[in-house]
Design a protein around this ligand. Structure first.
Ligand code: CO
Length: 169
């Protein structure tokens, strides 16, 4: 069955995803599908739970363009160092048309496995650091709307109620 985008308030988006144990052909095919879905919806990052696949991996291309930038895959990722604080507007493919400012560390060191199963570490900042933190949150069942300031959360209340209503119809 082809993967498809999972929308708020699907409960899978609130689950903590278990680690990837085996990098096999099925996983590689699903990762390709995730990139396709991400580009189709004009995203720059997509986590496995967003396609109803509860496992610890996400894909990123900060250009959002299949012809440009770099396709990055993070398997079993964790953030091992972080510093600074920066506020940036975020959105999420699973929560269409909702945006808000979230404060997160500015520079992070992430450790993860690549598609060959090899562990790597990298220090990143700017947009890539932002996307990695947002996607890693998805693996822990955390949505960016939970990280908004209380006053900003009030502003999106209606939009969230509409998404809930759409999902129940
Ligand atoms: Co998201």
């Amino acid at each position: 069955m082809p993967l498809k985008l999972t929308l708020y308030p699907d409960p899978i988006l609130r689950q903590v995803a278990p680690p990837v144990k085996k990098i096999n052909r099925e996983l590689l095919e699903r990762v390709d599908e995730m990139f396709e879905i991400m580009y189709e919806h004009k995203g720059i990052g997509l986590a496995a739970p967003q396609v109803s696949w509860s496992t610890r991996l996400f894909v990123v291309n900060t250009t959002g363009d299949p012809e440009e930038g770099e396709e990055r895959v993070y398997i079993n990722p964790s953030i091992i160092e972080s510093s600074g604080d920066v506020s940036m507007e975020e959105g999420c493919l699973s929560i269409p048309e909702v945006r808000g400012k979230v404060k997160r560390p500015e520079v992070i060191t992430v450790r993860a496995q690549n598609l060959e199963g090899e562990w790597f570490e990298e220090e990143v900042d700017d947009m890539l650091a932002r996307v990695i933190q947002h996607e890693l949150d998805h693996l822990d069942g955390i949505l960016f709307i939970q990280r908004l300031r209380a006053t900003d959360r009030l502003l999106i209340k209606k939009a969230l109620a509409k998404l809930k209503k759409d999902a129940s119809e």
